[in-house]
Design a protein around this ligand. Structure first.
Ligand code: GCV
Length: 854
């Protein structure tokens, strides 16, 4: 062994080689079916650097850890010199095990005492001749998390070159999860659809049962484990009764088996009415002994097949789901019913506080959906069993682009609580828009509720610290699917960030963004800088062009939850109101004159939100109804802020495109083009949002934009003003989703060869970008072409997958062609050919000086 070549300065080489491999990864975005490679766990690994890798125990989790370090032994990035490889193998040893196993096998390794479950400690003996790396865990999961941390170490939060990182001998790595519950919730249905999922069909279910091929489930569990997620609830909280049938339980057992090697425990959503719906009982009253016996037997049946089953999630008395209210019982009665059945097996109940009446009276100025969770759950504080955790959405409404923190976090001092976040971007652009949510989550985690007039930031409440609760955590509604997990490559940063914040809510979103970029895209400093910057800009930009000042996302809340639709939130029972009228906007939630919601916060916070003068601008309209002329702390009026923020937000979205273009030469071309297409679409849709909101409030308030932009669109030529052949003018609903409220549409029946719209250009001669705004409706692929003086300039298909079969802000889409030469008198023509139910509807064209001429 001694006379074999031994690498020089191995400590340095260790990190250099890792850096090398990470750089090599730049061009290697794999396109294979549904593997973790499509996220941040890429093929290159570092086996040669760790020499021989062994597990001290036999558990499948430790075997996974070994596999993870060994994954790419044959990868071309591995050191190619065979003798050097052999030397490494023989002189370096990496051992993985629980603290107890390590102490037994290596009594000299200074394993610290008291490693907690999930905690890891990584150390090296510092020897040049016989290097030993130790990855010790508080339990097997801890050892696995340690391996992922070791692989990430040279890339994470790196501000200095890898070779300057401290040695693991002098400074062992040690970290423990901040909270015990770190789960994702998936809203998968047995038929294979995923509620609010934008990443394709279910990886778990198809055709009413568990899929035969669960390889993607194992890969998903690997991804989750890599960021410390330890539980996964696989089915929708709506319509959950079929998931407790014996046949389904057999399938669920297979899912649990696929996730177990990665330390991810299976949980399921249950319908509290199951005893009646599938159990043949006449009742599901939580206090009925027959119901209690049914649940006890059902839980025994589950644990007989899935001994490490994590527990149940419950949505009850909410949005049509049955609940204990049917029998005059409380959420605590229902939660405890399940908790008692689960307790002997070590399972928990995540009872969702998302309980509210969706038939509120809009005309009742005291009615307020935001109040519901606190009104219902606060009086029950202390009445929940020890293995119940109340799962609270971060805000009092429903995953809006911005909401205040739910006051219920401070309203449960004697009850375990956990925070529910949404990774899938239901109200935040549905993965078609780049919106990195970690900065919003961080604001929520850091928000100090000042319960009992002391420091009680949300993160410390859900960690269990503030009120000395044994259980707590974070749940991310993920809704992954078979199409690259979340359907868009950069959206994966949200899943990653969720795990990293659940592990440690003190982690910083910008650092997480860098860390994710290094692992997913590459380690080039410019790429890391640009992508992290883009991620960090994306949420504020989205808030700016959708719903600023706490109005929530001004979208179609009863339908798609996607495009602009300002009045959809109003005059219905759903309570997502912002109460705009000709004079002003906002919900008065003060105690003195409004719904009293502000009074649900602990006194210091309640006082801040009680008055418009002390409410932060970014939540003003959530708490107060004010005139459009009300002056913000910034000195601007509310209406001017609306105009400014929407123009700014749309500009920021355009900026994302420009920034991404700067990394072109440094990233995988397939990824580059994919992301570019998405960002260009987003920039166009941000203009749809901007124009809808700006023209709506211009009309509503009658107050002009001091900067002269709202209602004035130089270079825009409306389709309804064009010389039309075949096209018919229509009113668009809602009106604000089309420029001037109108569009033109082509009826295939009366114009089988298609329709056209023609304009004569009357501006200056020069080079221009021409944008065509059209509606890409569902149900067909319309075809468009643009020509100038009969010469074809561009053709394209309306083939995006967007919501709605009607023309509106969900599917209003912008096609832009650059550097077109125009002179006065030129004739521009758009031809639209309908296909199936897509009538090639058109809104306007807009001519802007080309980028080169600006
Ligand atoms: C699973 C929102 C979503 C629903 C979801 C619900 C919930 O209302 O739109 O799709 O239902 O939240 O969290 O239960």
């Amino acid at each position: 062994m001694r006379n074999r070549p031994v690498p020089q300065s191995r400590k340095f080489d260790f990190f250099k080689a890792i850096a090398c491999i990470a750089l090599f990864a730049a061009g290697a975005i794999a396109a294979r079916a549904q593997t973790a490679d499509q996220a941040w766990l890429r093929e290159p690994s570092h086996l040669v650097l760790f020499g021989k890798v062994i597990a001290l125990g036999n558990s499948p989790i430790e075997q996974s850890a070994v596999k993870e370090l060994s994954r790419s032994i044959s990868h071309p990035a591995s050191i190619k010199d065979a003798s050097m490889l052999r030397a490494w193998h023989e002189n370096w040893l990496t051992v993985i095990g629980t603290a107890e196993e390590v102490r037994k096998a290596y009594p000299h390794a200074p394993v610290p005492s008291g490693l907690a479950p999930g905690e890891y400690w990584i150390w090296s003996n510092g020897s040049n001749e016989h290097s030993l790396y130790v990855v010790a865990g508080g339990d097997e999961r801890g050892a696995l998390y340690g391996v992922f941390a070791l692989l990430r170490y040279p890339l994470s939060g790196m501000t200095s070159p890898p070779e300057k990182l401290p040695s693991l001998h002098a400074q062992p790595l040690r970290s423990r999860p901040a909270m015990p519950i770190r789960w994702t919730d998936e809203w998968d249905n047995a038929n294979g659809t995923v509620e609010r999922g934008y990443g394709g069909r279910s990886i778990f279910f198809e055709g009413g049962k568990v899929r035969d091929d669960l390889s993607a489930v194992g890969e998903y569990a690997r991804l989750l484990a890599s960021v410390g997620i330890n539980g996964c609830n696989v089915n929708n909280v709506n319509g959950a009764a079929p998931f407790l049938t014996p046949e389904m339980l057999q399938g669920l057992k297979r899912i649990a088996d696929a996730m177990r090697p990665w330390g991810v425990r299976l949980a399921i959503s249950v319908d509290i009415a199951s005893p009646q719906k599938i159990g043949g009982l006449k009742t599901f009253d939580p206090l009925d002994p027959a119901v209690q016996a049914w649940w006890a037997a059902k839980v025994d049946e589950i644990y007989a097949q899935i001994p490490d089953f994590a527990g149940f999630t419950v949505k009850a008395d909410s949005e049509g789901q049955a609940g204990p209210a049917s029998y005059g019982r409380s959420p605590a009665d229902a939660a405890n019913l399940l908790a008692h059945a689960l307790a002997p097996h070590g399972g928990v109940v995540l009872y969702r506080a998302f309980v509210y009446n969706n038939h509120l009276d809009y005309n009742d100025l005291k009615a307020d959906r935001a109040r519901a969770a606190y009104d219902i759950f606060h009086p029950l504080d202390g009445k929940f069993a020890a293995n119940v955790i109340v799962q609270i959405k971060y805000g009092p409404i429903d995953f809006q682009a911005r909401e205040p923190v739910s006051p219920l976090f401070a309203g449960l001092e004697k009850t375990n609580s956990a925070m529910e976040l949404q990774i899938t971007q239901e109200y935040t652009g549905q993965q078609r828009h780049l919106v990195y949510l970690a900065p919003m989550w961080k604001q929520i985690l850091d928000f100090d509720l000042r319960a009992d007039n002391r420091s009680t930031p949300v993160k410390e409440i859900i960690e269990g610290k503030s009120f000395h609760r044994p259980l707590g955590g974070m749940i991310g509604v993920s809704c992954v699917g078979r199409d690259g997990w979340l359907g868009a490559p950069l959206a994966m940063a949200n899943l990653y960030a969720f795990g990293r914040l659940a592990w440690d809510p003190y982690n910083l979103p910008e650092q997480i963004a860098e860390e994710w970029t290094r692992q997913t895209i590459n380690n080039d400093p410019h790429v890391v800088y640009v992508v992290a910057k883009m991620l960090m800009q994306s949420w504020p930009a989205y808030v700016d062009y959708t719903g600023p000042l706490g109005t929530q996302t001004l979208t179609d809340i009863t339908g798609s939850h996607y495009g602009p639709n300002i009045e959809a939130s109003e005059r219905n029972g759903w309570g997502q109101w912002h109460r705009d009228d000709a004079q002003g906007i906002g919900m008065d939630r003060s105690v003195a004159t409004g719904t009293g919601f502000a009074g649900q916060y602990p006194p210091e916070v309640a006082k801040m939100y009680e008055s418009p003068a002390t409410t932060p601008d970014d939540l003003l309209l959530f708490f107060h109804h004010v005139p459009y002329t009300y002056k913000l702390h910034s000195g601007e009026t509310v209406i001017q802020y609306f105009y400014d923020s929407h123009y700014q937000g749309a500009d920021e979205a355009a900026q994302l495109v420009a920034e991404w273009k700067t990394v072109r030469a440094m990233v995988d071309p397939k990824l580059y083009n994919d992301v570019l297409g998405r960002l260009e679409y987003q920039a166009g849709h941000a203009i749809v949002w901007r124009d809808a909101i700006v023209q709506y409030f211009l009309k509503e308030s009658g107050i002009p934009d001091a900067k002269g932009r709202a209602g004035h669109y130089p270079g825009r030529m409306e389709a309804e003003d064009a010389r039309l052949s075949g096209y018919k003018v229509i009113e668009v609903t809602p009106w604000e989703d089309a420029s001037g409220g109108k569009a033109v549409t082509c009826d295939a029946g009366s114009a089988p060869k298609g329709c056209s719209a023609e304009w004569t250009y009357a501006g200056k001669a020069g080079h221009f970008d021409i944008a065509v705004q059209y509606f890409d409706q569902q149900g067909g692929v319309a075809h468009f072409s643009l020509d100038v003086n009969g010469k074809a300039i561009a053709t394209w298909d309306a083939d995006a997958k967007l919501p709605s079969r009607r023309p509106n802000g969900d599917n209003s889409t912008r096609f832009t062609t650059s550097e077109v030469e125009l002179k006065p008198g030129d004739v521009l023509r758009v031809d639209g050919t309908p296909n199936a139910s897509d009538p090639a509807a058109l809104d306007y064209i807009e001519i802007e000086p080309a980028a080169s001429a600006r």
